[in-house]
Design a protein around this ligand. Sequence first.
Ligand SMILES: NC(=O)c1ccc[n+]([C@@H]2O[C@H](COP(=O)([O-])OP(=O)(O)OC[C@H]3O[C@@H](n4cnc5c(N)ncnc54)[C@H](O)[C@@H]3O)[C@@H](O)[C@H]2O)c1
Length: 364
Amino acid sequence: MINKKIRYGLIGAGSNAERKHLNNYMTLPNVELVAICDVNIENAKRLAEKYNIQNVYGNYEEMLTNEKLDLVSVCTPNYLHAEISTYALSKGVNVHCEKPLAINAIEAQKIVDAKNQTGKKVMVGLNNRFTNEAVFLKKYIEEGYLGEIYQVKAGWIRRSGIPGRGTWFTNKDCAGGGVMIDLGVHYLDLALYLIGMPEPSYVTGSVHQNFSHTTTRNRNGYKGNPNGIFNVEDAAIGFIGLQTGATVNFEFSWASNIEQDKTYVEILGTKGGVSLINGELKIFSELLDTCVDISPKLNPNIKLMNEFEHFTNCILSGEELIAPAEHGVYMMNIIDHFYEASRRKEPVFFEKGKNKVLLLSSSF
Ligand SMILES: NC(=O)c1ccc[n+]([C@@H]2O[C@H](COP(=O)([O-])OP(=O)(O)OC[C@H]3O[C@@H](n4cnc5c(N)ncnc54)[C@H](O)[C@@H]3O)[C@@H](O)[C@H]2O)c1
């Protein structure tokens, strides 16, 4: 397949599809934009026209049956990720599925099983793993510069950032959860990925729903539906104990009474610490018995890793995936346990040695 163009299709022609997937796949010389699908055919037609895509569908099964595709992006609401991804895999198509991989670990595991049966590739759209800062940090930590890691903090907190009150994002059946499954999936993932996705021992915490009544806390540019359903959390705060003995604090909010929005990952080790706060990377360590702060100057003109090029390289030449489907199962398993801990109001333990397979999830 090395000299062949990848025949690409997109399913779910919404805002993320255009901003992220089409804008990037269209720039790759070895990718041909072949087909686009949305149940709202007007959405598909609009993007087809803009990106010069010849084949427009209102049904993804039809698209995947009629077109000989090599790769699809799945950019629909979360509850459709497993159904569509497994169908695409059954048709021999590689899948770039948006985060979260699915609405829970059982659904996510179905994607992994389908991938294993077909030998095709699945990547989760975890774009925060692909920033220059994340690429640098991953290497820095792997090289052992932090020593033994004992504490991690991760958060993405917004003052007014509900992604459309009353849309599918705030409907549990469509999204699987609220801010934890929307933003937690990005930044808890980033923190755990950077430290090598260690096995969790237990998780505890609480979800809150404090802003479902108000129309004033939508994210800029997101209108929302005043009569729509809002039955998910707008804040999620928790704590993970890892088998290594290290601990993880996390907080996520779509809306909260804070001064400013903030994204952060902080990792503390015996030899050094790092922080990535609102995209700014810093390293804290010691030199000659003196505390030093280091501000790495990554060249913004050089992109160390491109999510879309990376996935096409994985398909074409077997490059190892940075965000494989198995990592999506790992994260959904932690999130399932977190939601259960919140419901029970007590810590929920993972079965030792089996963090990457389904455990309690089936009984939640
Ligand atoms: N990685 C990121 O940074 C990022 C950012 C935003 C959204 N996302 C993810 O992308 C996905 C889509 O989010 P969005 O903000 O684009 O939502 P959106 O509501 O703007 O778009 C979803 C689209 O899917 C279409 N759709 C619904 N059912 C369909 C079906 N059966 N077949 C085909 N199309 C169907 C809808 O009509 C809509 O056009 C979500 O999973 C979300 O979590 C990821």
